[in-house]
Design a protein around this ligand. Sequence first.
Ligand SMILES: C[S@@+](CC[C@H](N)C(=O)[O-])C[C@H]1O[C@@H](n2cnc3c(N)ncnc32)[C@H](O)[C@@H]1O
Length: 229
Amino acid sequence: MRFETALSYDEFAYAQKFAATSLINLLKIHKQDFENIYEIGAGSGVLTKLILSTLNYQKITLNDLYKSEFMAKFETQIGDITSLNLPKVDLIISSSVFQWIDDLEALKNRLHASLKPNGILAFSMFCGGTLEELSSYTKQGLSYKNSNEIRQIFEDKFEVLSVKKDKFVVKFNSLKELLNHLKQTGVNNINGKFRLTKSSFKELENHFNGEFHLTYNFVNLICKKRELQ
Ligand SMILES: C[S@@+](CC[C@H](N)C(=O)[O-])C[C@H]1O[C@@H](n2cnc3c(N)ncnc32)[C@H](O)[C@@H]1O
């Protein structure tokens, strides 16, 4: 998966926009004023733009594996979040990224250490059932965690202030349109092994039975750092 090659990401990322909006709306119920914000996996700025228009803060740092054009105007920390030394901040926020992190437990420990006392971790991530329309056909789906598993990972070191599950279904007119959407958003559910031939295209088309839908299930968590004894 290479998001840097997904040039039309902004135009096609309906589900990611929905998840980011849902996250920011949930966060602002709890807190809107911060000193230092750190965003993980900012990409083309879908969530960042909502942060800028909704939250009050003094400083923001954007992280991603690659520096997008959007990120050029901001202070950045480029690299894999699982191995960077983060600055001390009072909000860590991320949307549509954590589903790609293999060891979420280890990341949680790093994030906990980077938050100031009472700091907030707010994130949305795709969870179980996402792109099930494809994985039910290919039997090669990504292993999205379910929302309970995700909550359990975080609740020993964080007080979970809110958990909100949501679902976004994108509808297409044809299989071609659907596959183009996946390509443009850099997402696929097929671990790179699955190749479409003319006959498997037809087979996949039949699998959709005239209803070209993709489901994105996601969960938002707003967590407050626990001070451990
Ligand atoms: C689906 S995009 C989401 C972008 C943006 N947050 C949004 O809401 O649209 C996922 C982003 O996470 C970044 N990413 C994936 N794994 C990462 C990692 N280990 N460290 C930092 N960024 C990562 C990708 O490069 C990509 O820009």
